[in-house]
Design a protein around this ligand. Structure first.
Ligand code: BGC
Length: 444
């Protein structure tokens, strides 16, 4: 394959991402701790171990510095801040203040995620995101965090991938609370997530303005998991199934959380005035599915496949770089709101495909920017291998390899490649030779 050099725009901010439960570790009272205790993690690993980041804050910031990260997407663990309803932990918030100050000292701009799949047990055990009280509960937690950190942080992701969380937790059952086929709960949860974001958007803006930040400095948005759903065949049923997947899994969330447009089958909420509720649209992009229509309401009338002969990652997900371009184009055409790629990465334990993955996806990103799509940031998922939900620690997405016995992190070759791209904002001939051709030449 012929690789071509390319230059990225100087003002595209480059970074990497993690989330609290993925890396922190510790005996925290949350849903993933309990799920691990119940033995539900496929490889038997436990969220209390993860990357023990909470005891490695200084050295982990050094890892970011070493790969020339300009920005870092990090998460807050709700149960660390509010272990009991209404009781906020000063000790918990101090850990994050310390980390954020370190990032700023190193010129790394934090983008802070407030919710990423993890609920305190008091909330989980009272219906989690299905109980309408969740909206106020979430807003109280957000108020505390933004009050405490808002002098340092202007960029916030309110909610990460509500669709994935609700699908696995209430439809497929692999994630806590482990329910299956609960379509009504899936929709109720979606309504609550949307309301929580819309209210949080205004609340965070108000809080940050009160702290002296100007409107244009504030960035509040959602990180959406967006996939490509292409048709497996040309049957009418397949066409409908692809539409339904796209609508129920992604489009209804985008509409509700960006413009407060609650499209069917969500419930309409009139209390939200028409305007934009996102300063950026966060896109987490990984893969595409081929949708095949079937006659089974229990599976939402579809089956998903990977195209035959296509490259896949360790989890069997198709590697489809063009999808990044297609999604950015579609989202930007519709909303005309700046885009942050809040996640994009590959599960690749042997680091055989990651460098090429990075190259191919950044090339598509560059193409999109050249076509006028306003993409401002790119966060590679993930900074280091981590606790990957139901898959546990054996699924490895990191630029850094993590040894879970010693908690020693080692930069992979692809991580070195990514670090050079962050530093130089380009892929040069020399880099192609060093990181992309090497393996193919050896094999030839
Ligand atoms: C999630 C991450 C996860 C990644 C890879 C995204 O859907 O936001 O938490 O690690 O996918 O599976």
């Amino acid at each position: 394959m012929a690789y071509k050099t390319f230059k990225l725009p100087e003002d595209l901010l480059m970074g990497s991402a993690t989330a609290a439960t993925h890396i922190e570790g510790g005996e925290q009272p949350h849903n993933w701790y309990r799920w691990s205790e119940l033995g539900k993690i496929q490889d038997g690993s436990h969220s209390k171990v993860a990357c023990d980041h909470i005891n490695h804050i200084e050295s982990d910031v050094k890892l970011l510095k070493a790969i020339q990260t300009e920005t870092y997407r990090m998460g807050i663990e709700w149960s660390r801040i509010e272990p009991v309803e209404g009781q906020f932990s000063q000790e918990g918030i101090e850990l994050y203040r310390k980390e954020i100050k370190l990032l700023l000292k190193n010129n790394i701009r934090p983008l802070v995620t407030l919710w990423h799949f993890s609920n305190p047990l008091w909330m989980e055990d009272d219906g989690g995101w299905i109980n309408p009280k969740c909206v106020d509960r979430y807003l109280n937690y957000v108020r505390f965090v933004v009050d405490e950190l808002g002098d340092l942080v202007t960029d916030w992701v309110t909610i990460n991938e509500p669709n994935v969380y609700l699908f696995f937790g209430y439809f497929e059952g692999r994630w806590p609370p482990g329910m299956r086929g609960k379509v009504r709960k899936y929709l109720r949860g979606a309504n609550h997530f949307a309301k929580a974001h819309l209210k949080a958007y205004d609340q965070i803006h108000e809080q940050l303005k009160a702290k002296g930040h100007k409107s244009e400095e504030i960035h509040v948005g959602v990180a959406h998991h967006l996939r490509i759903f292409d048709m497996f065949d040309k049957r009418h049923l397949t066409k409908m199934a692809a539409y339904v997947s796209n609508h129920l899994f992604q489009w209804m969330y985008l509409e509700a959380m960006t413009h407060a447009r609650f499209v069917f089958p969500l419930k309409w909420h009139r209390e939200f005035p028409k305007k934009n509720y996102c300063d950026f649209i966060g896109i987490n992009y990984y893969s595409r599915d081929l949708v095949k229509g079937i006659y089974n309401p229990g599976t939402l009338f579809n089956e998903l496949y990977v195209k035959k002969g296509k490259a896949v990652n360790d989890l069997g997900w198709e590697i489809y770089p063009k999808g990044l371009f297609r999604i950015c184009k579609r989202v930007y055409k519709h909303y005309k709101i700046p885009i942050f790629i809040t996640e994009n990465g590959i599960c690749d334990a042997n680091d055989e495909q990651r460098a090429k993955f990075i190259y191919d996806h950044l090339k598509q990103l560059n193409k999109a920017i050249k076509k006028g799509i306003d993409i401002r940031r790119y966060y590679h998922w993930s900074t280091m291998d981590n606790f990957e939900w139901a898959e546990g620690v054996s699924a490895r997405f990191g630029l850094y390899h993590n040894n879970y016995e010693t908690q020693e992190r080692t930069l992979r070759d692809s991580g070195k490649f990514y670090g050079e791209i962050c530093k130089k904002k380009k892929v040069s001939r020399k880099m192609i030779k060093k990181y992309l051709l090497k393996r193919e030449e050896v094999e030839a």
